[in-house]
Design a protein around this ligand. Structure first.
Ligand SMILES: *[C@@H]1O[C@H](CO)[C@@H](O)[C@H](O)[C@H]1NC(C)=O
Ligand SMILES: *[C@@H]1O[C@H](CO)[C@@H](O)[C@H](O)[C@H]1NC(C)=O
Length: 193
């Protein structure tokens, strides 16, 4: 079974230190071995055009059981499980100062797509796991690259796509705590698929 964990890097609006948190946590996670699971990690730059090309390419190359996009959010203070993503309204410029055409992700697609993974269930699994890290559910990934990439994946397969925002390192969790939390997220999601 293959899982893609995709992580956003770049020198975008959050600055390198904040963006670094998700990458560090994902790398910690990749050091763990989850029986029967192969984790494939990719860094994706904060560029609409690249996301639109590379995300479908990854689905095609890896044929994953589950795709979890991971990004950092300054506003997050827990593992934030995103239930849905938006198709329109992408007006914020990426690091190359571009926007998608018509500010849209997939022309003609629905305005909003929901993952068929029940994030409330994943959330209670994380909260009930006895780990230090806690989770919350969100319905707004922020209409930037995170939201955009999630929509690209949801449009490919809603039953296998997820997005997780993590807080910056030390606010309040360490990279090890975040990695433990992400591991629990994966186990819970695999239990639903
Ligand atoms: C990311 O953060 C870790 C831990 O704080 C640090 O060791 C590493 O050098 C940072 N990497 C980058 C690219 O900033
Ligand atoms: C999980 O814990 C967080 C932090 O205590 C709380 O905000 C959230 O509502 C809880 N959610 C569930 C489903 O248990």
């Amino acid at each position: 079974m293959q899982i893609i964990l995709e992580n956003f890097i770049g020198f975008g609006p959050f600055g390198v230190h904040t963006v670094n948190a998700s990458w560090v946590a994902v790398q910690e996670l990749a050091k763990k071995s989850i029986p029967g699971v192969i984790i494939v990690i990719r860094e994706i730059p904060v560029v609409y055009e690249t996301v639109k090309k590379q995300v479908p390419q990854l689905w095609n190359d890896v044929n994953p059981q589950l795709v979890i996009h991971v990004g950092v959010s300054k506003e997050a203070n827990a593992i934030t499980l995103e239930q849905q993503a938006h198709n329109d309204g992408y007006k914020r410029l990426d690091v190359l100062k571009t926007c998608p055409s018509n500010n849209c992700c997939v022309e003609g697609a629905d305005e909003c797509l929901m993952s068929s993974i029940d994030m409330e269930k994943v959330c209670s699994d994380v909260n009930g796991s006895g780990l230090k890290v806690k989770a919350v559910v969100s319905h707004d990934p922020g209409r930037y690259l995170c939201d955009f990439s999630y929509f690209v994946s949801l449009h490919i397969d809603r039953s296998k796509s997820a997005f997780v925002h993590v807080p910056p390192l030390g606010k309040p969790y360490t990279e090890l705590e975040l990695a433990d939390g992400l591991e629990q997220v994966i186990l819970s999601m695999l239990g639903q698929i």
